[in-house]
Design a protein. Structure first.
Length: 146
C-alpha cells in the first residue's frame, strides 16, 4: 500500500461518512490544515494520530504505517491548472517579491520556515462577498555567514 492508495481510501471514507476536514481534525485533536495535508499524503503523522485516523475512517490497519511514512513532496506539473490552487501561484507571482522585501526589511536576510509553520484558512463574511483569509505563520530563519 502506498500514500496514493491511502489518500484514495481516505477520500472515499470521508465522502461515505459525510465528514468534513474540520470535523476529522477535531476528532483527532489536530488542526484542519495539518490533518488535510496528512490525509492527502503531503505530511506524515505520528503513530497515535495515524491510528486515530484509521479508526475514525475505518481504514485497513496497514494504512496507519503508510500515514506515518515520510512523504516524497514532489508535484507532477509546474503550475497547477485547478483555479483554487492556481490563484495561490498567481498571488506569489505578483506579491512574492514584495513579501520578500518586507520580510528582509523587518527581520533581516532570511526566510520563513515551512517546517516550523502553521497555516489557517478562515471564512470572513462580508456583505460585498465572503472573504478567504489565509494566514501563513512560520518561524523566521536567518541566513548565517561562515
Amino acid at each position: 500500500m502506498k500514500k496514493a492508495d491511502v489518500k484514495e481510501l481516505i477520500l472515499s471514507a470521508k465522502k461515505a461518512k459525510g465528514l468534513g476536514w474540520e470535523e476529522i481534525a477535531s476528532k483527532i485533536g489536530m488542526s484542519p490544515v495539518w490533518t488535510t495535508s496528512v490525509c492527502l499524503g503531503m505530511n506524515s503523522a505520528p503513530k497515535e494520530k495515524a491510528d486515530m485516523l484509521v479508526a475514525l475512517l475505518a481504514l485497513p490497519e496497514e494504512a496507519s504505517a503508510v500515514i506515518q511514512e515520510c512523504p516524497n513532496k514532489i508535484w507532477e506539473q509546474a503550475v497547477p491548472t485547478d483555479p483554487a490552487i492556481y490563484r495561490l501561484y498567481e498571488i506569489v507571482g505578483v506579491y512574492g517579491e514584495t513579501a520578500k522585501e518586507l520580510i528582509h526589511e523587518k527581520f533581516g536576510d532570511g526566510i520563513m520556515s515551512a517546517i516550523d509553520f502553521e497555516m489557517t484558512i478562515e471564512k470572513k463574511e462580508n456583505p460585498k462577498g465572503d472573504r478567504v483569509v489565509v494566514t501563513l505563520d512560520g518561524k523566521f530563519l536567518q541566513y548565517r555567514a561562515w
